[in-house]
Design a protein around this ligand. Structure first.
Ligand SMILES: C[C@@H]1O[C@@H](Oc2ccc([N+](=O)[O-])cc2)[C@@H](O)[C@H](O)[C@@H]1O
Length: 475
């Protein structure tokens, strides 16, 4: 008895000891948030900055309203009910949409090439949205997956391979809950006192996804009806971090049960389109969709509902400046194409990045984010050696900064850019100011009354539009 107690106490203190140690690298993660939160963020994710998000599923067939079509229709939302009455015979079921998810033009290599030219470093695909239809041959989703019905293809597998072949990182979105899964609904009816759905459906699916496709992002969603103890989130994450084939590179978001978003996870999404405008203490991601009203493709999309290139650049620049990543969503069509209007937006953005990407990729937040005088200016910087995310409580070590970037979203009418937060910095050494896309040219600047005035080159000679980046380096 005594011996057992000693062994027990020893193993408890051992487990605790390894996990109090700075990074918990040597020990195993324990299935609790305190331990899981100690995991260092895999570097690739912070460096990548830009990802593409894809919402694709059976909802892409009615392609009307949003990806919430089934739930809205079922919930008697009038425009959805009218749409069905007008266009489909009485008694038509949502399941009957699935064979029409034909995907006959789906060319994963073309998609991967598009995302690469858009400047993305990672791609996240819906492996299953709230409708429950899996875009891979789930062993637990009988007749409700993309290999048995519709495309008759393993979409996750094909896209994953193409994305990796093009040097991008592959990730999957997965909805924890399913609107109409009877096993889930039974658990819910029991007020989540039973856990049949996570045990018999969710975790087998997730383990299959991780083991078979080895994604580097697991973007969890649909967590909000139940606690993490119902989902068993911490047990799963301990497995993912300790024993899964992707344990060293996988990153997960924060949607793991009521009260978890914005508190736990490798990076935080908080709300959709989360963009706090100031530096955050924890890695975060701004997930947003080019169509302001839907994540899935909808045929009723109007041009006015779409983000402009100016909107897109502003969203990305302000996000990266504050330590976030940008996950830009488009919805593919049921035929497996990406609408030309989305392609145009993405490719124009990629063109902007080819000139200005130096101020974005692998950058770090600088000591200021949004200039305190000129709100059209956002800062980033490059460090001599990557040192991860800086907590807001710790000042930036300026001797580690090899370049500071001031990205401005509006070209000043008089050709002179006026900012405030650069002034003390420019006083601290002998700096040269240049512009990305204008190699070799240095710009004149003066300081007066605490403000910095930078004389810009002739706008017509600059290789980029929409936003411009100044590079400030020691001479
Ligand atoms: C990415 C999106 O995620 C969810 O929607 C949410 C989830 C959480 C919040 N939130 O916390 O603010 C907002 C929308 C989904 O319902 C939606 O269809 C889409 O997949």
């Amino acid at each position: 008895m005594m011996k057992r107690l000693v062994i027990f106490l020893f193993s408890v203190s051992y487990a605790a000891a390894v996990c109090i140690s700075a990074k918990c690298e040597t020990g195993r993660y324990q299935p609790n948030w305190e331990s899981l939160d100690k995991r260092p963020l895999p570097e690739w994710y912070d460096k990548a900055k830009i990802g593409i998000f894809l919402h694709w599923g059976v909802f892409s067939v009615p392609s009307y309203g949003s990806e919430w079509f089934w739930s809205n229709w079922h919930g008697n939302n009038s425009i959805h009910v009218d749409f069905m009455k007008k266009n489909y015979r009485p008694g038509f079921t949502y399941q009957e949409f699935a064979p029409m998810l034909t995907a006959e033009f789906f060319n994963p290599d073309e998609w991967a090439k598009l995302f690469q030219r858009a400047g993305a470093k990672y791609v996240v695909l819906t492996s299953k949205h709230h409708e429950g239809f899996t875009m891979f041959p789930s062993k637990k989703s009988f007749s409700w997956n993309s290999v048995e019905v519709g495309p008759h293809r393993d979409i996750v597998g094909e896209l994953g391979k193409a994305v990796k072949d093009h040097g991008l990182v592959f990730g999957v979105y997965h909805s924890l809950f399913e609107w109409f899964n009877p096993i889930y609904l039974k658990d819910k009816y029991e007020l989540f006192a039973t856990r049949d759905y996570p045990t018999t459906k969710l975790w087998p699916d997730l383990k299959q996804l991780i083991n078979d496709y080895e994604p580097s992002v697991l973007w969890s969603d649909g967590d909000w009806e139940a606690l993490d103890s119902y989902w068993n989130s911490t047990d799963f994450l301990a497995w993912l971090y300790n024993d899964s084939p992707v344990k060293d590179r996988i990153v997960v978001n924060d949607r793991w049960g009521i009260g978890i978003p914005c508190h736990h996870g490798d990076f935080y999404n908080c709300q959709d389109r989360y963009n706090p405008g100031k530096l955050q203490n924890h890695k975060w991601e701004n997930a947003f969709t080019l169509d302001s009203k839907s994540w899935g493709w909808r045929r009723d999309l109007q041009l006015r509902d779409l983000m402009t290139l100016d909107d897109l650049i502003k969203e990305v620049v302000s996000t990266v400046s504050c330590g976030g990543n940008a996950l830009i969503n488009v919805g593919p069509t049921k035929e497996g194409t990406i609408a030309p209007i989305f392609q145009e937006r993405l490719l124009s953005f990629g063109k902007w990045l080819r000139v200005n990407g130096e101020a974005i990729y692998e950058s770090s937040p600088w000591q200021h984010q949004n200039d305190s005088r000129n709100t059209n200016v956002w800062y980033t910087c490059r460090k001599t050696s990557y040192d991860g995310l800086r907590p807001t409580s710790k000042p930036l070590k300026t001797d580690k900064v090899s370049a500071t970037y001031a990205i401005f979203l509006k070209w000043p009418a008089n050709n002179v850019l006026q900012v405030k937060d650069l002034t003390p910095y420019l006083h601290s050494g002998n700096f040269a100011v240049g512009m990305l896309g204008k190699a070799g040219e240095t710009l004149n600047w003066t300081i007066s009354n605490g403000l910095t005035y930078i004389t810009l080159p002739d706008k017509a000679t600059v290789r980029t539009e929409h936003a411009w980046a100044l590079r400030i380096t020691l001479k």
